[in-house]
Design a protein around this ligand. Structure first.
Ligand code: PLP
Length: 356
């Protein structure tokens, strides 16, 4: 099969994006949450234009992401980074409606100068026992992301004046989680922060939930958010999804340049893990290839990239029929954390993008 798009190409399907966005509209309508799209996941302008019509704004990490956000409509910007530069912190605070610091040191250094500009929070690591892949598990005990909840609570209890300007808490503890993880986090919040919650204006519950997967139980989500609102009506809840917005909204198509006969034969594609599919290397995920067989067939191939790196290997797949030079190989569900990480390693051009 040959694609009508220039190769290699990320192809996003607007109909599928709209379907995902509809789920977020429903969640907002039924729970009064505010959701902010996390820009780092995918930021092609044509796609963002659609996302920004439905989201309330963006979750950003620096001035570059702020410039991207400013090209689109929004009513709310949240800023957070594992550490801010001194030069950017006031500019970000000026442009943000809410902002969270990652550590006690950065909180102490910057909260006073930023408090008149934005609503300030601190990121907490709730150290939940969740089973999640190590590359994205932010909730383990040794994580550098967020202040450990025990440390935060003990500092707060020691001298609450340190947190004089605190208006929010930020938790991003999930990676590809179902709603059961959210119930664990809300239970954690209602258990450990009872003396702090009355003083807060907002809680940002992060991203990492499979909102748009068929397995996600929306009704349980609605029930537990509404239960929390009932207990703490003065606290606005924010979510900052990334991958669930673009989940299953598009594919990546590339072309077979050569086939080296072997056992299994090696297919060289006009792509590279190094330049187009970096997330594959980091997450060690196995990609879904369109048209492969679920069972073993005689047509087994090792799909590989065109860079000079020996390990530029995508994986071994069984096909229903023999492959040919010039044919396209399609990888499914490829919009999140892929295009945003492209580079021109080895002189390989970045892949194209189309929204159809
Ligand atoms: C602080 C923060 N919030 C939200 C997200 C979005 O997470 P996801 O794309 O898994 O929904 C990320 C992703 O890395 C993040 O670091």
């Amino acid at each position: 099969m040959q694609s009508r798009y220039p190769s290699p190409c990320f192809v996003m399907e607007k109909k599928k994006l709209d379907k995902n966005l509809k789920i977020f509209s429903i969640l907002k309508e039924k729970t009064n949450i505010t959701w902010l799209y996390t820009l780092k996941c995918f930021h092609e302008s044509e796609g963002l234009a659609h996302i920004s019509h439905v989201s309330s704004g963006f979750s950003i990490g620096n001035l570059n992401e702020l410039s991207l956000a400013k090209k689109h409509q929004y009513t709310h910007i949240h800023s957070y980074a594992p550490a801010f530069y001194e030069e950017e912190v006031t500019l970000l605070a000026d442009a943000s409606d809410t902002m969270s610091f990652n550590s006690l040191r950065q909180w102490i250094k910057y909260s006073k100068q930023c408090q008149a500009k934005t609503s300030l929070g601190i990121r907490i690591n709730p150290q939940l026992s969740l089973s999640q892949p190590s590359y994205c598990d932010t909730s383990h005990k040794k994580s550098r992301l967020g202040m450990s909840y025990m440390h935060f609570i003990s500092e707060y209890n020691k001298d609450s004046q340190t947190f004089e300007y605190l208006e929010g808490l930020h938790f991003h503890a999930f990676c590809h989680q179902e709603v059961s993880a959210l119930t664990i986090l809300l239970t954690h919040i209602m258990k450990y922060y009872t003396h702090i919650l009355p003083k807060l204006k907002w809680i940002n519950l992060g991203g990492g939930q499979n909102f748009t997967h068929t397995s996600y139980d929306i009704e349980v989500f609605i029930a537990c958010i509404n239960h929390f609102h009932h207990q703490y009506p003065h606290i606005r809840l924010y979510f900052e999804p990334g991958s669930s917005i673009v989940h299953n909204t598009g594919y990546f198509t590339c072309t077979i340049l050569d086939i080296i006969e072997d056992n299994p034969s090696k297919v060289i594609l006009d792509t590279s893990i190094e330049s187009h599919l970096l997330d594959v290397a980091i997450t060690k995920q196995s990609l879904n290839v369109k048209g492969i067989s679920k069972t073993k067939t005689p047509y087994v191939y090792e799909l590989t990239g065109m860079s000079c790196i020996a390990g530029d290997i995508i994986g071994i797949y069984y096909f229903d029929k023999p492959l040919d030079i010039g044919e396209n190989i399609i990888f499914e569900n490829m919009m999140g954390y892929t295009l945003v990480k492209q580079n021109t390693f080895n002189g390989i051009n970045k892949a194209n993008f189309v929204l159809i």
